[in-house]
Design a protein around this ligand. Structure first.
Ligand SMILES: Nc1ncnc2c1ncn2[C@@H]1O[C@H](COP(=O)(O)OP(=O)(O)O)[C@@H](O)[C@H]1O
Ligand SMILES: N[C@@H](CC(=O)OP(=O)(O)O)C(=O)O
Length: 585
């Protein structure tokens, strides 16, 4: 048997990573003609082989090892050699709960995957719509010793059983139903334990609520397999390792996850993988979750681990709009967003994307595309680095403000007093007290006189925060150095986001002008040094009116520029305001 190395050198081929797809095809032929008998590993995809060849050239030291494994054994290739992470081969898709909400929709998802011409596909799925809510509900019921958890669990079983009966047959159906019944029996036992104890620990809860993803991923993988495609499903708890953070989030352990992924893939090589979103494990192998709506984050982490060429997030709208389309009917689709803009939009409430989704992909410049499963001809929104909205003449059409987002159910806390000015450590004492009660500060604003600091927290956390501050500053309040720790309930945040706002004068003038004209009182303002967003706090009941007022002001400006009424440049409070006031108002 000729060795692969001599076959390659006899062929006169020089491998270069850039020429990989072309030369690899030739090499595959050479392997087959000259290195026979080369045992064909079961279920191994062509790209899997090409990866080794690619590595030959890149890592001299691996040569012998690779030749040995390919020519001598060719069946078990050690995970160290498997370079899963070859850039640009994998295409990652994420389908949210609405996309896999019924058997018809799951079939639709399978078709989208089958039509993707990428060599390797990783599909991340959420639970069928509403299932995660129902799972959390089971826990609540069992904890409060409400026996209806039993019938609620039966309803969840029935939903998945009937979906599987619609989708699957033969062995696939048998395997799925036996796993489903096994899981339901385990869940019954766990929920009974919770019912008896009247309490569920966090890991019990995370174990229970993650089952929706386990079932949807299996069903989808079996449907894809029905078409003869080599497809594996992945329980991401075996691969994705995360550590809890102090802010009740989780951070992926990329090194360990990559190690486990290579190990998993060496046992389950496949060109299509359907992976569970939302769930993961702690380093101690205890099931956990990426927190509510975390499947977008799962897809982005997987995208980074696979060094994907793109992560496509499929949802029920055409992409990221300039404002939540449920609140602003004239909102427009944004064709591109920078990572920073997408982060700011999602952080301030555009729930089409989980805010943490940006972090893993940004490092590798992997684009995220948001697309509509119900309108696949729409191109969607591309989130990348750096984006550019260019018209036919090459002119930038990018608006200074790209989009607006809002967060409701907030309260403002205002800490005020003459004793704060010039006293080092005041801010640290305030936010130290907030941290101690585990509350999440959404925005901060400080008067430049240092006489007051105010910040927004979720309404449900405000009581604990106010009490912690009262107790922390008891002496200062009694001595009059602080005049008050005041709570202003029923607030909302309105954020205007756009990278081009940085160093463009007039943007905030236009924003505040629009708010003033709509007779909206602004209770607090914040703008970071990056100038990517301006955030204002308004009364809850004013929020939608405020959103519509600022949106129409900036998007009218954009239309005006596009129509050539004024040239691109400052959207000032001068010319445009006059135009708008005279012509449109
Ligand atoms: N700026 C925005 N652009 C697009 N959608 C938005 C925006 N702000 C809020 N949304 C809402 O986000 C929803 C999609 O998010 P979500 O329901 O979590 O999707 P999925 O279940 O697919 O993960 C849309 O239906 C839309 O109403
Ligand atoms: N199923 C999980 C994870 C998730 O992200 O779901 P969706 O993609 O449907 O928002 C949840 O509801 O939290």
């Amino acid at each position: 048997m000729a060795s692969l190395s001599s076959a390659i050198s006899n062929s006169g081929h020089v491998l270069s990573p850039n020429a990989l797809p072309h030369d690899a095809a030739k090499l595959k032929k050479i392997c087959h003609s000259q290195c026979r008998p080369l045992p064909r590993p079961p279920r191994r995809s062509p790209v899997f082989r090409l990866d080794f060849i690619f590595r030959l050239e890149r890592k001299e030291t691996l040569k012998t090892k690779i030749f040995t494994s390919v020519t001598d054994t060719a069946v078990d290739i050690s995970p160290e050699i498997v370079k899963l992470s070859k850039a640009d081969v994998w295409s990652v898709h994420k389908f949210g709960g609405t996309c896999v909400g019924s058997s018809e929709r799951i079939k639709n998802v399978a078709n989208i995957i089958l039509n993707d011409r990428a060599e390797m596909k990783l599909v991340v799925v959420s639970a069928m719509s509403k299932v995660t809510d129902l799972m959390y509900d089971l826990i609540d019921k069992a904890q409060s010793r409400d026996e209806s958890y039993v019938s609620a669990l039966d309803a969840i079983l029935e939903k998945h059983r009937s979906t599987a009966l619609d989708l699957l047959d033969g062995d696939n159906l048998g395997s799925f139903l036996s796993r489903l019944h096994h899981d339901i029996n385990n869940l019954k036992a766990m929920l009974r334990a919770i019912y008896i104890a009247g309490h569920a620990t966090e890991s019990f809860t995370d174990f229970v609520v993650g089952h929706g993803e386990l079932w949807s991923a299996q069903m989808l993988s079996y449907v894809i397999r029905k078409d003869g495609v080599d497809c594996q499903w992945m329980d991401t708890r075996e691969v994705l390792i995360v550590n809890p953070t102090s802010s009740n989030q989780v951070d992926p352990d990329y090194q360990e996850s990559e190690r486990r992924l290579k190990n998993w893939y060496s046992k389950n090589p496949s060109s299509t993988i359907v992976a569970t979103g939302f769930i993961a494990s702690t380093p101690q192998n205890i099931p956990t979750t990426l927190k509510r709506d975390g499947s977008d984050f799962s897809a982005a982490i997987m995208g980074a681990l696979f060094r994907a060429r793109q992560v496509t997030i499929w949802t029920d709208v055409d992409g990221v709009y300039s404002a939540d389309p449920r609140k602003v009917s004239e909102a427009v689709i944004l064709s591109t967003l920078s990572y920073q803009e997408a982060w700011e939009m999602s952080y301030f409430g555009a729930n089409v994307l989980h805010p943490r989704t940006i972090i893993p992909v940004m490092k590798y410049h992997i684009p995220i595309v948001i697309r509509n499963i119900f309108n696949i001809s729409a191109p969607g929104t591309k989130i990348c680095h750096p984006p550019a909205d260019i018209d036919e003449t090459g002119q930038s059409l990018e608006s200074f403000v790209k989009g607006f987002a809002t967060i409701d159910n907030l309260a403002l806390i205002n800490v005020e007093g003459t004793g704060m000015a010039g006293v080092p450590g005041t801010a640290s004492a305030i936010f130290g007290a907030v941290k101690d009660v585990g509350a999440n500060v959404i925005m901060i604003s400080q008067a430049s006189s240092e006489h007051s600091v105010c910040f927004a927290v979720p309404e449900k956390e405000v009581k604990a925060v106010a009490e912690a501050l009262q107790s922390r500053f008891r002496q200062a309040l009694d001595a009059g150095r602080l005049s008050q720790v005041a709570v202003i309930p029923n607030c909302s945040i309105l954020a205007a986001v756009g990278q081009k706002m940085a160093s463009t004068p007039g943007v905030s003038a236009t924003l505040f002008n629009a708010l003033a004209k709509a007779n909206i009182n602004v209770r607090a303002i914040a703008q970071g040094c990056s100038e990517y967003n301006i955030t204002v706090v308004v009364k809850r009941e004013d929020c939608i009116r405020a959103l519509r007022a600022v949106h129409s002001r900036f998007y009218l400006s954009r239309t005006t520029i596009a129509m050539g009424i004024i040239g691109p440049g400052l959207i000032g409070a001068t010319l445009l305001d006059q135009l708008r006031d005279q012509v449109f108002l």
